[in-house]
Write a protein that binds this ligand. Structure first.
Ligand code: A3D
Length: 320
């Protein structure tokens, strides 16, 4: 049986890390695409040469030609520019929208049956635009943000409680921006919800509020430290988790930027919601009942995403 084919569109910080992880986990043969000549070829060769030590069987190919992604089972898109200190994700909209157009057309022409995971920011608007440009079914195009935002939340919580990260579950919904919605009621330590842990004296409401805010600012904190780019290790592992769920039909319940029509009262918008990922792509959207405060946060987040989608339509009339 042929190995799955994984096409990585963008061979920058996240793209290179994705390629290395995909190889180490033997998820399939990897094609690394970028418009920068030499970068995908050099990174592919370097990663292939880690094979003897790691002991993986996967081929690595670097390319500047979309024809090489032909027949890919999964495409993970990181093409574009990341933010620098002082920039918001939304500042990237104009330049990355043009990139989504060329990437969407490349996928449409060469890998129309792929499960496509978008990482490029501003995430919720870019995954929407990528879907429009590629014309793929909505259930096969998804954005990575919630897995990362939840992982950041889980990490901070595990440090606060001094428990293993494996026992902390957390949900962050809504758009991938300052208005994201960490759901404390649905976040637990081994099933014990965070509000109960506050009542049990494990932490205080003030500390929990500070962790929620740090999660919202999680990307900016790293941008501020790195100064020359944004986070890439955890974003790559998050997308690999999603790709694996698809390739292995794991039916994982993961928060992702999915196309929501009906659930959450939405009428066709990409936004972070709990999803089931299996061989059918996004197989189900889980419509959690939100309380009034959570719904208000979700509404604010949805409005921010709608504003970005409207801005895309303003820039590129073919999207209107
Ligand atoms: P970077 O290391 O700059 O890599 C981007 C790559 O895209 C570069 O190698 C470029 O040459 C390439 N590129 C530019 N235009 C094109 C094009 N038209 N076709 C193909 N390749 C192109 O950035 P990065 O890997 O650090 O980040 C990539 C993207 O992910 C950025 O937009 C970030 O803002 C975003 N990001 C999102 C998250 C989320 O959680 C959603 C987290 C971190 C970064």
């Amino acid at each position: 049986m042929a190995r799955p084919k994984i096409a990585l569109i963008g061979a920058g910080q996240i793209g290179g890390t994705l390629a290395h992880l995909a190889a180490i986990k033997e998820l399939g043969d990897v094609v690394l695409f970028d418009i920068a000549e030499g970068t995908p070829q050099g990174k592919s060769l370097d990663i292939a040469q880690s094979g003897p030590s790691e002991g993986f069987d996967a081929t690595m190919k670097g390319t500047n030609d979309y024809a090489d992604i032909a027949g890919a089972d999964v495409c993970i898109v990181t093409a574009g520019v990341p933010r620098k200190p002082g920039m918001s994700r939304d500042d990237l909209l104009g330049i990355n929208l043009k990139v989504m157009k060329s990437v969407g057309e490349g996928i449409k022409a060469h890998a129309p049956n792929a499960f496509v995971i978008c990482i490029t920011n501003p995430l919720d608007a870019m995954v929407w635009a990528l879907r429009e440009f590629s014309g793929l079914p909505h259930n096969m195009v998804v954005g990575m943000a919630g897995v990362l935002d939840s992982a950041r939340f889980r990490h901070f919580l595990s440090v606060e409680f001094n428990v293993s990260m494996r026992d902390v579950t957390a949900f962050v919904l809504g758009g991938h921006g300052d208005t994201m919605v960490p759901l404390t009621r649905y976040s637990t330590v081994a099933g014990i919800p965070l509000p109960d842990l506050v009542a049990m004296g494990w932490t205080t409401q003030e500390k929990l509020d500070a962790i929620v805010q740090r999660t919202r600012d999680g990307g900016a904190e790293i941008v501020g430290l790195l100064k020359t780019g944004s986070a890439f290790y955890a974003p790559a592992t998050s997308a690999i988790e999603m790709a694996e769920a698809f390739l292995k039909d794991q039916k994982r319940l993961l928060p992702c930027a999915a196309y929501v029509k009906g659930a959450y009262g939405l009428d066709g918008l990409y936004v972070g919601v709990p999803t089931i990922i299996g061989k059918g792509g996004i197989e189900r959207i889980v419509d959690i009942k939100l309380n009034a405060a959570e719904q208000a946060m979700m509404d604010k987040s949805v409005d921010a995403v709608k504003g970005l989608v409207a801005a895309c339509k303003g820039i590129d009339p073919s999207l209107a």
